[in-house]
Design a protein around this ligand. Structure first.
Ligand code: ATP
Ligand code: PRP
Ligand code: MG
Length: 279
């Protein structure tokens, strides 16, 4: 049984659980359950705090896990990132009251509040900056106004939490984070299947199938617009001068592609979602 750690709360939890369901795995019937066995798929799920997942996976107690890149690096765990999962994107930044900090060097000797002291400490040490890290559990943006820190280092998504506390982003990007699959033993039996299934979910989310009919003589023009992954499927129609074409297209390009195909001379252009994929 492959033992898989899944975030039980927080920003990453809902999408992680959805992705696993789309990948055909069993989920929790009881939302408070801490474990779910899925013998048919040869896996067992452990629902854990996202911050703890890298620790469990790094120690070998669990085989793979879903967590944030920032949380992985902060933990100092032995686990490594084996696949980005294309959700839970965030940036990790310093912030301070406008006019007080202009560049990284201005943080020298200052107090920086953060829930990610491992990540921030390593970043500062690599750049030769010595600061006092104030470790807080959350709502770190309040720390400056309340006088326990001179700056903060935290997850930024829209930036509205920072602004509401009278702070602005300062200094370099500490990290671009995203949800990732992590493991300390990626060669373990079953990990590759999990990865392929999750990749299938990503492909199904990113691509659609496009079908259209086309005068045969225009095929090379249309093929340039819809090259597909390998190459498009081209099938004969009853009318020997026409062909039917099928290809995968990035979802966000769908309408541009349909316009371009129509202009070339394609007709009966149909788009359908991909339910599941194994590439
Ligand atoms: N808007 C966001 N706020 C916080 N974390 C986010 C956000 N968007 C993505 N993330 C990612 O989610 C992970 C943090 O999740 P975690 O569950 O620890 O904190 P949380 O979502 O703030 O939940 P809570 O603070 O309620 O426990 C990090 O990897 C972080 O980069
Ligand atoms: O840039 P924004 O879109 O405002 O989002 C970022 C904020 O959201 C998170 O806080 P959360 O609500 O999880 O509270 P916490 O600080 O207690 O973790 C994060 O820690 C930032 O404070
Ligand atoms: Mg939070």
């Amino acid at each position: 049984m492959l033992r898989i750690a899944v975030p039980n709360k927080g920003s990453l939890s809902e999408t992680a659980v959805e992705m696993l369901a789309e990948a055909g795995y069993a989920g929790r019937r009881d939302p408070r359950a801490l474990t779910v066995a899925d013998p048919r798929n040869g896996v067992e799920f452990f629902y854990l705090r996202p911050r703890d997942i890298a620790t469990y996976v790094g120690s070998g107690a669990l085989d793979v896990g879903i967590t944030g890149r920032d949380l992985l690096l902060d933990s100092g765990s032995e686990a490594v990132e084996i696949q980005p999962l294309e959700f839970g994107d965030s940036t990790f930044r310093f912030a301070a009251v406008p006019g007080t900090v202009h560049e990284l060097a201005d943080l020298e000797g200052r107090r920086i509040a953060t829930s990610y002291p491992g990540l921030v400490g390593a970043f500062l040490a690599e750049r030769g900056v010595t600061a006092q890290l104030i470790r807080l559990d959350g709502a770190v943006e309040s720390a400056v106004r309340l006088g326990v820190a001179d700056a903060v280092a935290d997850v930024v998504s829209t930036g509205s939490t920072l602004r509401a506390q009278g702070l602005e982003i300062v200094g370099p990007v500490i990290l671009e984070s995203t949800a990732v699959l992590i493991s300390a033993k990626p060669e373990l039996l079953g990990t590759a299947t999990l990865q392929r299934r999750l990749q299938g979910v990503l492909v199904a989310r990113q691509y659609v199938l496009i079908d259209y009919d086309l005068p045969r003589e225009l095929l090379s023009l249309a093929q340039a617009v819809t090259p597909g992954l390998e190459s498009p499927t081209v099938s004969p129609l009853a009318d020997p001068d026409w062909v039917a074409v099928r290809a995968m297209v990035p979802r966000h390009e769908t309408n541009h592609v349909m316009d371009a195909l129509y202009d070339i001379g394609a007709r009966a252009i149909l788009v359908t979602p991909i339910h599941a994929a194994r590439i």
